[in-house]
Design a protein around this ligand. Sequence first.
Ligand code: HEC
Length: 251
Amino acid sequence: MQPIEVPQVFSNRYELTHRIARGGMADVYRARDRLLDRPVALKILFPELSVDRAFVERFRREAQAAANLSHPNIVPVFDWGQSESTYFIVMEYVDGEALSAIIRTQAPLDQTQAASITADIAKALSTDDVADVTAYYSGVTAPFPPLATADPSLVRRGEQLATLGEATKNIPACNNCHGPDGSGEPPAIPYLAGQYTQYIAFELHSWQRADRKNSPEYMAMVATKLDDQDVAALAAYFQQIRATNQPAVPK
Ligand code: HEC
């Protein structure tokens, strides 16, 4: 965090002390709330955008939406105002590293850490939020990660398991349920085509450990028949394939 050289005070109350980050439409500062004598975070709309009514309106809606959320895992909004020819949002100051920075410097995160972060985010969602997020993602295609890295013989073995299964081990062909090109059958059967290797492997291991408790009649039964080599092969294969019937990414 960069200390501020020339102190600047917003609304005669919030004194900027450190610069934290620059975002797409605003700068974020650490400030001292003179009235309550506590640190806060100030998100300040770029002054050049404050002359544009559409940006100001978007910024105000963001503040309002955030102010209506109340959960220990969501940073609370304290105040909103206009000063120094622009607009700002006052939020709780949370010490620590931004998740985006952690992902940028440490990705790929190990699975336990990723699951624990995601669980904290998920806890902040209401039932309506979950429904909205689910509806959105059911219309989005797989991220289509790069194809080049997988070992071709592993991918071939994965293809064999996915399309034919393995009779001697009683493994059914995944595609019997997940569709001929792994494109799934929403909403009951998720697509596998183009999913990240780590994701597929993590899900299969979760069923093996009985950590993922839904769908025991199908997936727990399937996953417990797979050994680590099978999981690696299937995960490598599904990342490589591209479903034909997935809807395009909404713009
Ligand atoms: C008998 C049908 C059936 C077969 C065969 C089957 N699956 Fe599934 N699979 C399902 C269902 C149903 C779900 C959704 C479970 C849920 O919502 O909890 C699922 C979910 C999954 C998921 C989780 C995906 C996600 O995004 O949540 C993975 C990974 C998966 N299956 C992999 C496989 C693999 C690999 C095989 C082949 C070895 C396979 N499945 C075979 C029915 C099947």
